[in-house]
Design a protein around this ligand. Structure first.
Ligand SMILES: Nc1nc2c(ncn2[C@@H]2O[C@H](COP(=O)(O)OP(=O)(O)OP(=O)(O)O)[C@@H](O)[C@H]2O)c(=O)[nH]1
Ligand SMILES: [Mg+2]
Length: 201
């Protein structure tokens, strides 16, 4: 099996409009989830970089579609979080539209990683992503982030609740307990991306 070297990932480009995206080859995997769910931190942890993807205590930090190149044909994409609570409604809706447009239409998108804060999983807009995954033939993985905020027994309890609920929706969705701080779940994330990448070789 070909193993990707995530440490070599570098920033490629950012776009604020779908039509501006001029990258037209290879495959890409998007990190999706509510604002503050830990997308940028997960990309930093995956790539072993402190600040490749910008993260912040201020929700709504990521405001562009950011592309990172892992190797010549494999990219990861950091998306703006949805549902940033205190953004003006019109800004929220604009970004949701851009996000769904990208997730629905982008041909090079072959996989979605849905990140949910383990304390607040399965909110309204997460279900919209599940709907979209059902419609598109696309790889899918769920990370329950910030697992370090809970005890192990709380984590396992929450894990089962989420897995059961997801199973009602789509069968056999892989769910992973994840923490960027403790690096929990990083190896599963890497192995999953390696498998996805290999399926296109
Ligand atoms: N305890 C803990 N905090 C985390 C973890 N991952 C991220 N955080 C914190 O959560 C906050 C948000 O993280 P980001 O990575 O910026 O979240 P994001 O999903 O990219 O947010 P947007 O760009 O606004 O969509 C930051 O303060 C991070 O330090 C984690 O695994 N554990
Ligand atoms: Mg971000």
């Amino acid at each position: 099996m070909f193993v990707l070297n995530y440490n070599k990932t570098y920033f490629l480009n950012s776009f604020s409009k779908i039509n501006d995206i001029n990258i037209q080859d290879g495959i890409e995997i998007a990190f999706v989830g509510y604002s503050n769910s830990g997308k940028s931190s997960a990309i930093n942890a995956l790539t072993n970089k402190k600040n490749l993807a910008r993260f912040s205590k201020m929700p709504g930090r990521t405001q562009l579609i950011n592309f990172f190149q892992v190797n010549s044909e494999f990219r990861i994409v950091d998306l703006p979080g949805y549902g940033y609570a205190t953004a003006p409604e019109i800004v929220k809706l604009k970004w949701q539209k851009i996000l769904y447009h990208y997730l629905e239409k982008r041909d090079f998108l072959k996989g979605i990683i849905l990140l949910m804060d383990i304390r607040y999983p399965l909110k309204k807009l997460d279900y919209k992503i599940l709907d979209l995954v059902k419609k598109r033939k696309i790889f899918f993985l769920v990370l329950l982030t910030k697992s370090d905020k809970m005890t192990l027994s709380q984590q396992n309890h929450q894990f089962k609740i989420v897995q059961n609920e997801l199973n009602n929706f789509i069968h056999d969705i892989p769910v992973v307990l994840f923490s960027s701080i403790r690096k929990t779940g990083i190896n599963i994330l890497k192995n999953t991306l390696n498998l996805w990448h290999n399926s296109f070789l």
